[in-house]
Ligand binder design. Structure first.
Ligand SMILES: Cc1ncc(COP(=O)(O)O)c(C=O)c1O
Length: 457
């Protein structure tokens, strides 16, 4: 029996404060209320089915209600739902840590758990900072600042906004944030240095090196979203960029923090994005796809050398002072283990690579759309930048809210996607079939055309 939509909608507006949402706008519309999921589909309380084109905010790996992942949760809950990692260990958190060390880039040997992408990054920043503070050489203890990329997104906590792009969150909370160095994003479509990709010779990296050369004595770490700056609008870095960043961090003794929260677990076509340029970061953050999108769990991995910097007698105060109530939650860890097992058993990475090829060949026809200015893709991460005038790259205004209009048109045809400003994002479920992908593309194409070229639906 379907739940009473009208009653739920009323209660939603009365009691729920939605994330990143202007509630005045939200309350003026009818909410879509999801009740169930099935493979690549979301099903609302009225029984309507929608393809999940954003993987429920970039997390779903094998699909919704996958029997093996569901079973792993049930089995673990039958044993115990939660026990603390403060003063105790638990079985799945041990097994998962071992597995993560085995599958992540070489050199990462220790796992610190938390429950969201932002906490994983917050932990990474604190580890990097404290690590230098405990250095035997007093000179090195001056290394307190971070380099981050313009347009970056690492979460919504005070620490993660501090290393994020200078968007509205930065402006709003500016007085609470810590200062650091920002370097241009490799946003080739609108190059911040005004260069053309063909001749630029990665000039943006020279800016990074200049800052490092001048200030390395005070820089603890550099944080980067490997290969794709997701929330910035799927800004895809040119080949070689990530590897060169790694090289510069090594050259100037700066810890490299790879935020693989969005790109990890297959999203870009390899299990981790760093693999594509043979990069081993000093610290790596994972979340989102870690549990296949089933439960909130995150992990921050570090090298042995970093871990060792925290060893000492109690009185030395070198303990890492961080923890959350649900750190290492056994149910989250159990489903993460099942997720990784299914990734391996189904050879999901091969499937993703085939799907990525399909996407890239099908996306070619989007170039013909009058208002698609740029098409960016890495694996199963796609950004379609909509522009008012293609030739001049003139953007749509905020008031036009063009991305939102397009996703509403797509929703009417049975597809859930979300825009990032004027960039339409396609983040299909990683295990989605070719046929479903074709459907995602067909609906998106038509929705863009109908809304931007003002044809009637
Ligand atoms: C690269 C990156 N880092 C961190 C986060 C924050 O993750 P969470 O929303 O789980 O805190 C996100 C979320 O989109 C992200 O894309």
């Amino acid at each position: 029996m379907s739940l009473d939509y009208a009653q739920l909608a009323e209660w939603d507006k009365e009691y729920v404060w939605h994330p990143f949402t202007q509630m005045q706008m939200w309350n003026a519309a009818d909410p879509l209320i999801i009740e169930r999921g099935e493979g690549s589909y979301l099903i609302d309380v009225q029984g309507n089915r929608y393809l999940d084109g954003i993987s429920s905010l970039w997390v779903t790996v094998h699909g919704h209600t996958h029997p093996i992942l569901t079973q792993a949760i049930k089995e673990q809950v039958d044993k115990i739902a939660h026990t603390t990692l403060l003063g105790l260990a638990n079985v799945p958190s041990i097994q998962l840590a071992k597995k993560l060390v085995e599958i992540t880039p070489p050199g990462l040997t220790k796992v610190f758990y938390s429950d969201a992408g932002a906490t994983a990054v917050e932990i990474a920043l604190k580890i990097a900072y404290q690590c230098w503070q405990q250095h035997p050489d007093p000179q090195k203890r001056q290394k307190k600042k971070f380099i981050s990329l313009e347009e970056a997104y690492h979460g919504d906590t005070v620490g993660t906004i501090s290393v994020g792009g200078k968007g509205s969150a930065y402006a709003t909370y500016r007085d609470l944030l810590f200062e650091g160095y920002r370097v241009p994003a490799p946003y080739c479509y609108r190059c911040p240095l005004g260069r053309e990709r063909e001749q630029c010779n990665l000039a943006c990296l020279q800016v990074v090196e200049d800052i490092m050369a001048k200030h390395h004595q005070e820089i603890a770490g550099l944080i980067i979203e490997p290969l794709v700056q997701g929330a910035a609008g799927m800004i895809t870095a040119p080949d070689g960029y990530l590897g060169k960043i790694r090289g510069l961090c090594t050259k100037y003794n700066i810890l490299m923090i790879a935020d693989e929260v969005a790109v990890g677990f297959g999203r870009t076509g390899t299990l981790f994005a760093c693999e594509q340029e043979g990069v081993s970061p000093d610290i790596m953050c994972v979340a989102k796809g870690l549990t296949g999108g089933y439960l909130p769990l995150a992990a921050t991995l570090t090298t042995e050398a970093i871990f060792n910097a925290f060893l000492g007698e109690l009185r030395e105060g070198k303990t890492f002072f961080h923890g959350h109530t649900f750190t290492g939650n056994p149910v989250g860890c159990a489903v993460a283990l099942a997720n990784i097992e299914v990734i391996e058993q189904t050879r999901l990475i091969r499937h993703i690579q085939a799907s990525a090829r399909l996407l890239s060949s099908e996306l070619k026809r989007f170039k013909a759309l009058r208002h698609v200015g740029d098409i960016r893709q890495r694996g199963l991460m796609v950004g379609l930048e909509l522009v008012r005038v293609k030739q001049t790259k003139e953007p749509y205004t905020l008031e036009e809210n063009i991305g939102h209009q397009v996703i509403l048109a797509a929703r009417r045809q049975g597809l859930i996607i979300r825009p990032l400003g004027n960039v339409l994002v396609l983040m299909p479920i990683l295990a989605m079939s070719g046929e479903q992908l074709q459907q995602v593309l067909a609906i998106t194409y038509q929705a863009i055309k109908n809304v931007t070229e003002k044809e009637s639906l």
